[in-house]
Design a protein around this ligand. Structure first.
Ligand code: AHM
Ligand code: MG
Length: 339
């Protein structure tokens, strides 16, 4: 007989239970958000299972190969996009979908429309997909203005108008991190149950961290404040220890570590990419929302990231996010330069 603690834990806080609890705090709620989220969670589980099989691609025929039925197998990022689009549409709760993989926004047909708009990167960290390094899905949720007449304006809104945001990391475990605007909570997939279980309640980022995270290969093209900041991470002038460098090159994994351990993640502008690399709607905004909700900050080099008003679906922005004190330092350097 199994006498382990787990065997007696019949009260596990699954993500559905968690969201239902949250919903009960809003008596006017009709459960639409819970339904939308359960479709997002299902898509994440699907992608997680595909990512886990990716290493066997040659054996079982994935990613550009032909399978036993003679069907061409899809690349993981294309497959993930399809999984999310289908899950979101079939939830019956969305009107507009913006995906990193699609040039244009998807307008859901009237009979399946609902009150939410979802912006997402179905599989972020493309350079890491084929070598088994952590990758992830990032998403943000807005409310549509008028379900009968959804327009692009509904998604070209500042990040501070997002209702919810999160990511799912496909790493050594599958981790789902969510904010609905009242803190940040982390869930880990229990493969034996097929359920995400609350493992990281009320995540708070340390006020100051010991890690900086940036692609230093771009250093020759950085502007003054970024170059100065990174130099100071390595050669501090105040007698403190140098910071450690950690850079995975997958935003979800780098941000996840930053949330849990503290520190700063930077994707600055440089001479070659004056707007940085990361996309405002489905990379910068959701991660900035999560950071602020965990007690950290997110800054673009000019302003609070969540105040940005995007003009285009795939717009980019420089981003500095992480521990409150660390982002304060970079803000001070940019303020000094602006004077
Ligand atoms: P992608 O959307 O093509 O995957 O690019 C986004 C990724 C982020 O996950 C990561 O933070 C960044 O690009 C890494 O870029 P670089 O390889 O220039 O350091
Ligand atoms: Mg991306």
């Amino acid at each position: 007989m199994d006498h382990s603690a787990d065997a007696h834990r019949t009260d596990l806080m699954t993500i559905t239970r968690f969201v239902l609890n949250e919903q009960s705090k809003h008596p006017e709620s009709r459960g639409d958000f819970t339904i939308l989220l359960s479709h997002i969670v299902l898509a994440c589980k699907f992608v997680c299972s595909s990512v886990n099989k990716a290493g066997l691609a040659k054996l079982i025929g994935l990613a550009g190969e032909t399978n036993v039925q003679g069907e061409e197998q899809k690349k993981l990022d294309v497959l993930s996009n399809e999984v999310f689009i289908k899950a979101l549409i079939s939830s019956g709760r969305t009107s507009i979908l913006v995906s990193e993989e699609d040039e244009e926004a998807t307008f859901v047909e009237p009979s399946l429309r609902g009150k939410y708009c979802v912006v997402f990167d179905p599989l972020d960290g493309s350079s890491n997909i084929d070598c088994g390094v952590s990758i992830g899905t990032i998403f943000g949720i807005y409310m549509v203005n008028d379900v009968n007449e959804p327009t692009l304006e509904d998604v070209l809104q500042p990040g501070k108008n997002m209702l919810a945001a999160g990511y799912c990391m496909y790493g050594s475990s599958c981790t789902f991190v969510l904010t609905t605007g009242s803190g940040v909570n982390g869930f880990t997939l229990d493969p034996s149950l097929g359920e995400f279980i609350l493992t990281h309640p009320d995540i708070k980022i340390p006020k100051k961290g010991k890690i900086y995270s940036v692609n230093e290969g771009n250093a020759k093209n950085w502007d003054g404040p970024t170059a100065f900041y990174v130099e100071r991470c390595k050669f501090p002038k105040d007698g403190s220890s140098p910071k450690s460098l950690r850079y995975i090159g997958s935003m979800v994994a780098d941000v996840h570590r930053t949330l849990l351990y503290g520190g700063i993640f930077l994707y600055p502008a440089d001479k070659k990419s004056p707007n940085g690399k990361l996309r405002v709607l489905y990379e910068v905004f959701p991660m900035s929302f999560l950071m602020e909700q965990a007690g950290g900050q997110a800054f673009t080099g000019k302003q609070r990231a969540l105040d940005l008003i995007p003009k285009k679906l795939h717009e980019r922005s420089p981003i500095f996010l992480g521990s409150y004190d660390d982002v304060e330092e970079i803000k001070a350097l940019y303020a000094a330069e602006a004077k």
